[in-house]
Design a protein around this ligand. Structure first.
Ligand code: ADP
Length: 401
């Protein structure tokens, strides 16, 4: 069974073709600059050289058509024809309170996702462009929506209600939703397997640390709290996002810098985080280099990030009355050994005993345990695989397997 996984952004579209029988990625790639001059298709068939095609893509339908054409290309393709694709799984960022699991996409479902646009004005319309493009070109191929928010729908009201008037929740849908759900769900399941315990019996803190970062408390296999909130701006300071701060800063900025709502939004989403603190970069590799060269603001940025992640670990251990495992995943979590060391130093009160030597030398790209054998709390590094979760959910919903 072959599943095409599509992650459509406003001007980009990532795709992977996965063989569910072997759980192998057959081909993957990316369309860039859709609707902008200089559109580019990147394509990488497994075990073969990558290919780049420069061709104008005026919209997402053009992009999907190009993806299908290259997948079935006589020379570099991996399919006899696009009819070999059994189903398509779409990443949809916001499912609001409507979706607590993945669903089969039909016209009604598209309408419901559309209605959630105010909650994710940039993401949901872009995701839907991917859905509509596939529907136009392959109308008979079943499609499934997999939501970033769905895994967090198990949070209790204590965790999802903000201290605002209750009407803000009931009438404006303002509450904590949480994001990166497919990743937190996947790595927490893998962690339970690595602990050798049924997921229902485990207390796990998952740290998805990438360009966007979120930390989740997974109690008994269910998300009970997560650091991102109404939008992916809340939580730890990220690459360019500010994370948690006193909300009074918003009005203060508007008054002092004469900003309107849109400008404050850009300030907090694009100009803040470790990029804003350091003035150097949003990329942790650049920050590491700058800090080593003595750049004080780069050091501040890294320290602020580590401190905030550690604070969430402490908070979530309190929320769950203990923790069996802490998991690191995504770009920073999987690769940045210095950052893991910074975060994990001084957690011995929790029963965390890290093998810092092994943390430095452990191979990348595979599941490893970086805590010592006798550590009460295990610490795992687990590469996330959101595409595989989307493909499995799709196969499950469409074919029941
Ligand atoms: P996204 O949220 O866009 O999916 P990723 O999970 O790919 O992001 O994470 C990207 C970030 O991971 C980069 O900005 C960089 O800071 C960090 N990163 C990737 N590789 C390394 C590395 N070897 N050392 C330190 N940081 C890294």
């Amino acid at each position: 069974m072959k599943i095409l996984v599509v992650n459509a952004g406003s001007s980009s579209l990532k795709y992977q073709l996965i063989n569910m029988d072997t759980r192998e990625v057959i081909a993957k790639g990316l369309c860039e600059r859709i609707g902008i001059e200089g559109s580019l298709l990147k394509y990488k068939p497994a075990g073969k050289d990558a290919v780049e095609v420069k061709k104008n893509m005026k919209d997402h339908t053009d992009a999907i058509q190009m993806v299908l054409d290259i997948l079935a290309d006589k020379e570099v393709g991996v399919l006899g024809s696009m009819n070999e694709i059994d189903a398509v799984g779409h990443r949809i960022v916001h499912g609001g309170e409507k979706f607590s699991k993945s669903v089969l996409i039909d016209d009604d479902m598209i309408k419901v996702i559309e209605e959630l646009t105010p909650l994710a004005p940039l993401h949901n319309p872009a995701n839907l462009m991917g859905v509509r493009a596939c529907k136009a070109i392959m109308p008979d191929t079943p499609m499934v929506a997999v939501f970033d928010t769905a895994f967090h729908q198990t949070m209790p009201y204590e965790a999802f209600l903000y201290g605002l008037p209750y009407e803000a929740y009931k009438e404006l849908m303002i509450r904590r939703y949480g994001f990166h759900g497919t990743s937190h769900s996947y790595v927490s399941k893998r962690a339970a397997a690595m602990l050798g315990m049924p997921a229902e019996k485990t207390k796990i803190i998952t740290c998805h640390l990438g360009n966007g970062s979120s930390i989740t408390a997974v109690d008994g296999g269910k998300s009970v709290d997560t650091s991102m909130g109404f939008t992916p701006l809340e939580g730890v300071p990220m690459g360019t996002r500010c994370g948690c701060m006193d909300p009074a800063i918003v009005t203060y900025l508007m008054e002092k810098l004469n900003m309107d709502a849109k400008q404050v939004d850009t300030y907090m989403n694009k100009k803040s985080g470790v990029f804003g603190i350091s003035g150097v970069s949003s990329d942790f590799r650049d920050l590491d280099d700058a800090a080593k060269e003595g750049n004080e603001r780069a050091k501040f940025a890294l320290d602020v990030f580590a401190y905030n992640v550690k604070k969430y670990i402490g908070a979530y251990a309190a929320v769950m009355n203990g923790v069996d495992a802490i998991v690191f995943t995504a770009g920073i979590g999987e690769n940045d050994r210095n950052m893991r060391e910074k975060i994990l130093t001084g957690l011995d009160y929790l029963g965390v005993d890290v093998d810092f030597e092994y943390n430095r030398t452990a191979p990348r790209g595979q599941e490893v345990t970086i805590s010592k054998a006798n550590s009460r709390v295990k610490v795992f590094v687990i590469p996330t695989d959101e595409e595989m979760v989307i493909a499995s959910d799709t196969a499950n919903i469409v074919f029941g397997k």
